[in-house]
Ligand binder design. Structure first.
Ligand code: FES
Length: 148
């Protein structure tokens, strides 16, 4: 299986790894095929421009490379523009992925959508064209610990 130089570069030196404290939106999605998980944090300003983005991926190399590239592509974009960062756009920017790894790139697109969805919900906004990803893993942060 041959990976492009760009995929290898983003896999070995992923950009924007980490978390954002008090993010405007956070999205966690899971890949049903392999069980890998990706989380994306967005910091969005009052003009709906993505000022910062960070990710964490518990997944394969292609998932790491695509999340890294996806974060680079949405940074500085408006929320509306970020919706145009599809898995196809991410793959093109990486000079392609082997066919068996194409599903991995969907995780990045869906994590961005899940984070935008969270942002829209928190701010009572409707973002044209945004749908809640099916792979969204909603985590209830208020969840109370069970007592025995
Ligand atoms: Fe799971 Fe790539 S094999 S995301």
């Amino acid at each position: 299986m041959a990976y492009s130089e760009k995929v290898m570069d983003h896999f070995e030196h992923p950009r924007n790894v980490g978390e954002i404290e008090n993010p405007s939106g956070v999205g966690t999605v899971g890949n049903a095929k392999c069980g890998d998980i990706m989380r994306i944090y967005l910091d969005i300003d009052d003009n709906q421009v993505i000022q910062d983005v960070k990710f964490k991926t518990f997944g394969c190399g292609a998932a790491v490379a695509t999340s890294s590239m996806a974060t680079e592509l949405v940074k500085g974009k408006t929320v509306e523009e970020a919706l145009g960062v599809t898995n196809k756009a991410v793959m093109e920017a990486l000079d392609g992925l082997p066919p068996v790894k194409v599903h991995c790139s969907l995780l990045a697109e869906e994590a961005i959508h899940a984070a935008l969805w969270d942002y829209a919900e928190k701010h009572n906004l409707k973002i044209e064209g945004l749908e809640k990803p099916k792979s969204d893993i909603h985590e209830d942060e208020e969840e109370e610990e069970e007592e025995y």
